[in-house]
Write a protein that binds this ligand. Structure first.
Ligand SMILES: Nc1ncnc2c1ncn2[C@@H]1O[C@H](COP(=O)(O)OP(=O)(O)OP(=O)(O)O)[C@@H](O)[C@H]1O
Ligand SMILES: [Mg+2]
Length: 284
């Protein structure tokens, strides 16, 4: 039977569940994963769970084409949807499924507004299902460090589009089950982690699975401008000159990996979606 038909057949069963029973599905799937079931085996039930949660929380039922898009993204393909066809909602399906492994999923988008909007909007579905959501924002001129938030329905702000966002550290935002942010925030955090002097200063906890929105824009247009990071040399220059490989060589290495993002992504699994195109998933 086609996977979409399997998901649709499960709908009456999931409709009959109470909110608590539906939420309990997340723990059940995690337990089944640790007992040896695979994500592919869990996919129909996990997608049916997200669709039911979305109906209850947002009043939006994933269309069959959105289920197909979600399956594509999980399988690592690029999925093309036109403007307004609902890429934001489609991405919730593979994000939920892959987040069940507990290693964090990233949703990479093109600007801070979209990271904030989608994190707050889709955060309601994930929160309902017991998953945490982090949102990265770039630093502003009045603040000293990059900002990060966790989705929290109790949190209110005077600024409407910052409702439900509780300020936190970058590390906490990366420890969330799902983290929304822009390509440059994820990219610069990656570079900063590479020049951190101790493991405790690292922000990211690894690169398990990612979906890229507007993938043509991010991987082709944006990739023309390399992300470059540099730091003061101060008294450490003597120390670094004694490290295996001079500081000059280390800097070159960091810049090279930033200039050629494709080389890193080639090793991963790709998924995607987009009218202007899409998204992609990276599983090293
Ligand atoms: N299954 C659904 N049921 C009802 N409304 C939906 C559904 N899916 C998406 N929508 C609505 O469609 C609108 C467009 O969705 P969205 O912004 O995700 O589109 P998009 O494909 O990302 O477009 P763009 O290319 O402009 O980014 C939103 O208002 C959203 O609420
Ligand atoms: Mg969109």
């Amino acid at each position: 039977m086609k996977v979409v038909d399997q998901i649709n057949d499960l709908e009456p069963k999931f409709e009959a569940l109470t909110d608590d029973q539906l939420r309990a599905k997340t723990d059940e799937y995690k337990a089944r994963l640790s007992d040896g079931e695979t994500l592919d085996q869990l996919l129909p039930e996990a997608f049916a769970t997200v669709r039911e949660a979305s109906k209850r929380v947002l009043g939006q039922r994933h269309y069959d084409v959105q289920l197909i898009c979600g399956i594509n993204l999980h399988e690592g393909a690029i999925s093309e949807l036109r403007t307004g066809e609902g890429k934001t909602l489609s991405a919730t399906l593979p994000l939920y499924l892959n987040a069940l492994e507990g290693k964090g999923c990233h949703l990479i988008t093109v600007n801070d507004y979209l990271a904030r909007r989608d994190g707050r909007w889709m955060g309601a579905i994930f929160h309902f299902l017991g998953l945490s959501v982090g949102v990265l924002q770039a630093l502003t001129s009045t603040e000293g460090s990059p900002r990060a938030f966790l989705y929290d329905p109790e949190e209110r702000s005077l600024i409407e589009d910052q409702n439900f966002l509780r300020q936190t550290t970058r590390q906490q935002a990366y420890l969330a089950d799902i983290t929304y942010g822009t390509n440059s925030e994820f990219g610069f955090d990656y570079l900063r982690d590479n020049i951190a002097l101790s493991l405790s200063q690292r922000q990211q906890r690894g690169h398990h699975y990612a979906i890229i929105d507007e993938v043509d824009n991010i991987l082709i247009d944006e990739a023309r401008t390399p992300l470059i990071i540099s730091g003061p040399a101060h008294e450490d220059s003597e120390t670094t000159s004694r490290w295996p490989g001079s500081s000059k060589r280390s800097t070159r290495k960091i810049m090279r990996s930033a200039k050629r993002p494709k080389r890193r992504f080639d090793r991963g699994r790709f998924g995607a979606c987009g009218g202007n195109v899409g998204r992609f998933a990276l599983r090293p």
